[in-house]
Write a protein that binds this ligand. Structure first.
Ligand SMILES: O=C(O)CCC(=O)C(=O)O
Ligand SMILES: [Fe+2]
Length: 215
C-alpha cells in the first residue's frame, strides 16, 4: 500500500531560480477559457520560476494555523493549513508582493480595483483538500470579481463546475508556479474544489490574491 506520509516535494527539473531567487515571468501568454456567457478562467502555466524554492520557504516560515469548525455538533479540523495577510501586512515573500502588483496592473481595466489580500492554503498530502465552494463571503456573492491563485509545490487538480453540481467539470493541475485567475461571475455561478486523493502526492501551497471585501 502506498503511504501518503512519505511523499516529499519532487523538485521540478529546469526550474533553478539562480542566485536572485524566485522570479515572475511576463503575463503575456495568459490563455482565457470561457465558462459561460459571463464567467471565465485565465491560465498561465509556470508564471513563477524558482517555485520549488518559494514552496520550501513558505512551508518553513509562514505561521500556519489549523482551523477547527463546528459541524453537526462536532468539532472538525479543516483539512489544510491556512494563513492570511491583510493589505497592510507585508507578504511572506517579496515575490508575492510583486505578483500582486503585476496582477493588479494586468487586470486594472477589467477589475477596476487592485488585488489586496493574500490567503494561503497548505495541502500537506492527499488527505488535505477543499470542498466545492465559491468565494462568496463578501462581495463575491453578488458582484463580479476576481480571485487569482498562484500554486507552488506538487500539482493538485483544481476542479470547476457550475454551481449546484453536475457536468461539465473542468480540471486543471496546478503547482510549480502555475497561475489561474477566476473572473466574471465565477464565484457565484460556478464552484471550485481541490479533492482528496488516495494516490501518494507531495505537498502543495496555493496563494490566493483577492480584492478588498472578497473571501
Ligand atoms: O488551493 C486552491 O487552489 C484553491 C483554494 C480555494 O479555493 C480557497 O481558499 O478559496
Ligand atoms: Fe476558493
Amino acid at each position: 500500500m502506498p503511504t501518503t506520509a512519505a511523499v516529499h516535494l519532487q523538485p521540478s527539473l529546469f526550474d533553478d531560480p539562480g542566485p536572485a531567487g524566485p522570479a515572475l515571468g511576463p503575463l503575456t501568454g495568459m490563455r482565457r477559457e470561457a465558462l459561460g456567457p459571463d464567467a471565465w478562467v485565465d491560465l498561465l502555466p509556470g508564471w513563477l520560476h524558482g517555485a520549488d524554492r518559494l514552496f520550501e520557504q513558505l512551508a518553513a516560515e509562514v505561521p500556519w494555523w489549523a482551523e477547527r469548525r463546528e459541524m453537526y455538533e462536532r468539532t472538525v479540523e479543516v483539512p489544510r493549513l491556512l494563513a492570511s495577510y491583510r493589505e497592510e501586512d507585508a507578504p511572506p515573500h517579496p515575490v508575492l508582493g510583486e505578483a500582486r502588483a503585476a496582477l493588479s496592473e494586468h487586470y486594472a481595466r477589467e477589475l477596476r480595483e487592485p488585488f489586496r489580500t493574500l490567503g494561503l492554503c497548505y495541502y500537506r498530502d492527499g488527505r488535505d483538500s477543499v470542498a466545492w465552494h465559491g468565494d462568496r463571503i463578501g462581495r463575491g456573492a453578488s458582484r463580479d470579481t476576481m480571485v487569482a491563485i498562484l500554486s507552488v509545490g506538487e500539482p493538485r487538480p483544481l476542479l470547476l463546475r457550475p454551481r449546484g453540481g453536475g457536468v461539465p467539470v473542468l480540471r486543471h493541475r496546478l503547482g510549480h508556479g502555475d497561475l489561474l485567475v477566476m473572473g466574471g461571475s465565477c464565484q457565484r455561478t460556478w464552484e471550485h474544489a481541490v479533492p482528496k486523493t488516495a494516490r501518494p502526492v507531495g505537498p502543495r501551497i496555493s496563494v490566493q490574491f483577492r480584492p478588498r471585501g472578497v473571501s
